[in-house]
Design a protein around this ligand. Structure first.
Ligand SMILES: [Zn+2]
Ligand SMILES: [Zn+2]
Length: 328
């Protein structure tokens, strides 16, 4: 963890950053809560910085994907504080609806793996509050929120004008979350939101332009280390101009439409050859396996050996044991 700007502490987890914003002795908030299972770590860092008896004014969510909301319910319950999010995220974080399915056809390793994700939802009904319409941020009088839809319908960024500090959520990431080498090397730079879970690419591009117009000097992303420097506004502007929308994918030309009650329009799935290929391989393996067993049985006929027929031909591979989506 490190201070990326005065009073802005970044806790960088493997998947999903958390920010503690505020000076010790003054009101403070938590921005995003990373994956499930980080309750104790976040609480302990907060206790160390603000005191064991201190509690935040609120938890703020950039959006409700699993890697941002994962520890929100435990933290909110422990501290007894509200969780603020944009009203367009409300149905997805209060048990009313589930996010649109990830798009495995958009390209990249993360999208490939998204075939094995299971839906994840948290019901924050007891804590949810809408972000104020006037753009102010509860608990942070110097900050404003900016709507940055595209990756998630109600995604927001938080911005402190006085020294131009920007917390982007997933509107911009600082390592390439779509590739294996990006995940392993984490070479810093400016990158698109996680592709598989981006549901409106034109809006996502517009949102980056909107953030570039703020000309931030410090950028704290939802994924990756913080970037800063006098050249950051120019870098972000260039990135927004060069923002490349994927060539193919379910939501590339046909975005999801949502409202404050959930999904209004969901594009049909794009053709995905992989399940057919996988099914073909499974059938071939089963045929070969059964043939092998039949041959073995014939060979062993009369024998009382119990070593055959162990069912390997029916064994189904389990590519992702816990099947949990990082949501991203
Ligand atoms: Zn996300
Ligand atoms: Zn994320």
């Amino acid at each position: 963890m490190r201070l990326i700007a005065p009073g802005v502490l970044q806790i960088e987890f493997n998947i999903g950053n958390v920010y503690l914003v505020g000076e010790p002795g003054e009101p403070w908030v938590v921005v995003d809560t990373s994956m499930p299972g980080h309750f104790e770590q976040v609480r302990n860092v907060a206790s160390g910085r603000f005191g064991a008896d201190s509690r935040p004014e609120a938890i703020l969510l950039t959006h409700g994907h699993m890697d941002h909301i994962g520890s929100a319910l435990e933290l909110a319950s422990y501290w007894g504080v509200p969780v603020y999010a944009h009203p367009l995220e409300k149905p997805f974080i209060t048990g009313q609806a589930t996010y649109p399915p990830a798009d495995p056809t958009v390209g990249g390793a993360f999208a490939f793996m998204s075939r094995f994700f299971k839906p994840y939802a948290v019901d924050l009904s007891d804590h949810y509050q809408p972000l104020p319409e006037d753009g102010s941020v509860p608990g942070l009088p110097e900050w404003h929120w900016h709507h940055t839809p595209g990756h998630a319908p109600g995604q927001v960024a938080f911005f402190r004008e006085s020294d131009r500090v920007l917390l982007t959520g997933d509107a911009v990431t600082t390592y390439n979350v779509d590739t294996v080498s990006g995940w392993t090397r984490r070479e810093p730079g400016l990158f698109r939101p996680p592709s598989a879970t981006t549901i409106d690419w034109t809006a996502a591009r517009k949102s980056v332009k909107r953030l570039a117009a703020l000309e931030p000097l410090v950028l704290g992303p939802g994924h990756g280390e913080a970037l800063s420097g006098d050249d950051l506004p120019e870098r972000l502007a260039e990135f927004s101009e060069a923002f490349i929308i994927p060539l193919k994918g379910r939501y590339v030309t046909d975005p999801v439409v949502t409202d404050e009650n959930g999904i209004v329009y969901l594009p049909p799935p794009a053709p995905d050859p992989l399940p057919r290929v996988a099914a073909g391989v499974a059938v071939a393996a089963a045929v070969v396996g059964l043939g092998f067993l039949a041959a073995k049985k014939k060979h062993n006929s009369g024998s009382s050996s119990s070593s055959d027929g162990n069912g390997d031909a029916d064994a189904e591979s389990e590519p992702n044991a816990d099947g949990k989506s990082p949501g991203a």
